[in-house]
Design a protein around this ligand. Structure first.
Ligand code: UD1
Ligand code: UDP
Length: 352
């Protein structure tokens, strides 16, 4: 059985790897396609090395562009490849433009389509990812949900029960598989950080980094917080230029995007994480590290109800007040059911 697995951007690599491994263990012929949505060494190559993913079989080189240009390039490049490969199924992960582009092509191209991370909903139509999630689910044959809330969303939207599979969280498969190697990283020493004493920050949502007023408010909050504990911020390329021109406080240490093992090490030893990332909300929940999400909503509510995550929005006072209370008394968290390192195996069992 030939199955095409698609990855295109940073959060895709850690999601596709356990699915590939489990499919290959069951005897499938896996063809790995990298769309090239992310292409910098720090946004792509480092993850192939850290996660020991083999070189992609096909590289579509779509690069950056507006939503229409990027999604269109993915579609135009993926269509002839799908015709050539004629796989039984295609697996897409997450909610990036590459996910949507390959999903649309597959839906019309004859292969079965599986969506890993189906059913997540922020109900915020200003997020491009919400459009990608809803449309990808709509054209998928197999909906692999990470949590019961995602299953409930899919049921409410009228999907057939036999399409929906509660399989757990593939991002957690990769986290657990690599945790020991990550904890052996010397990144804290290299950055001069002490275990349990700093806050780790990531920012890359357009709503936070593209609007100078919104970014200015977040940076003011980080400046306030940096008086209480050191802050390190590995900057996503979307944020890097804005951070340079924004007069960021010197107490906030901006560094290049971190590799996976270093970033997991930084999360695991942080006193607290402040982020607008989807995946980081999940990883902090599993690591039991307090997480403040710098958004008004989340498509991952289980990290709020069971994990360590709190939504703090974009209000300076609220962010600082919540951060200080977390520093004083870190909230407890527990790991959601099926976030156990075996989601990839469950997906492969269904597909095969
Ligand atoms: C994308 C995803 C987002 C995901 C994020 C993970 C969409 C719509 N967005 O956002 O859901 O959370 O990836 O990191 O798919 N750039 C580089 N080097 C790179 C890649 C990008 O410099 O290797 C710069 C380019 O200027 C580019 C910008 O970053 O225009 C944005 O890249 P893009 O892939 O369009 O969106 P992200 O913000 O990375
Ligand atoms: N990550 C990383 N280095 C960084 C920031 C994040 O390795 O500097 C990892 C993080 O551990 C998680 C994934 O990238 O596995 C999350 O990707 P990102 O925040 O870019 O996207 P999102 O999850 O928001 O779509």
């Amino acid at each position: 059985m030939r199955i095409v697995c698609v990855a295109g951007a940073r959060p895709n690599y850690m999601k596709i790897k356990p699915v590939m491994d489990a499919l290959e263990a069951r005897g499938a012929e896996v063809v790995l396609v990298h769309t090239g949505q992310h292409y910098d060494a720090a946004m792509s190559d480092v993850f192939f090395e850290d996660l020991r993913i083999r070189r992609p079989d096909h590289f579509l080189q779509v690069g950056s562009g507006s939503h229409a240009v990027q999604t269109g390039r993915v579609m135009a490049a993926f269509e002839p490849l799908l015709e050539e490969l004629r796989p039984e199924a295609v697996v897409v992960v997450g909610d990036v433009n590459s996910t949507l582009g390959c999903a649309l092509v597959t839906a019309k191209g004859g292969a079965l389509l599986g969506h890993v991370e189906a059913g997540l909903r922020s109900r915020d139509w200003e997020m491009p990812e919400e459009v990608n999630r809803v449309v990808t689910d709509r054209v998928s044959d197999y909906l692999f949900a990470p949590s019961p809330d995602a299953v409930a969303n899919l049921r409410a939207e009228g999907y057939r029960t036999d399409q929906i599979h509660l399989v757990g969280n593939v991002m957690v498969d990769t986290l657990l598989a690599n945790l020991d190697r990550a904890l052996a990283s010397d990144v804290l020493g290299r950055l001069g950080l002490a275990r349990g004493e700093y806050a780790l920050v990531t920012l890359h949502r357009p709503a936070n980094v593209d609007d100078p007023a919104a970014l200015g408010t977040l940076l003011a909050a980080l400046d306030d917080l940096s008086r209480e504990c050191p802050i390190v911020l590995p900057a996503h390329p979307r944020a890097a230029a804005q951070l340079r021109s924004s007069g960021m406080s010197e107490r906030v240490r901006v560094i290049p995007p971190a590799g996976y093992l270093d970033f997991v090490a930084l999360q695991a030893s942080a006193r607290m994480v402040l982020t607008d990332s989807g995946g980081v909300q999940e990883e902090t929940t599993v690591l039991g590290v307090p997480c403040l999400t710098l958004r008004d909503n989340t498509e991952r509510p289980i990290t709020l109800t069971e994990g360590t995550n709190q939504l703090v929005g974009r209000d300076r006072e609220r962010i600082v007040k919540t951060a200080l209370s977390v520093l004083a008394a870190p909230p407890p968290g527990r790991c959601p059911a099926l976030w156990d390192g075996r989601a990839g195996e469950r997906i492969a069992a269904v597909l095969m």
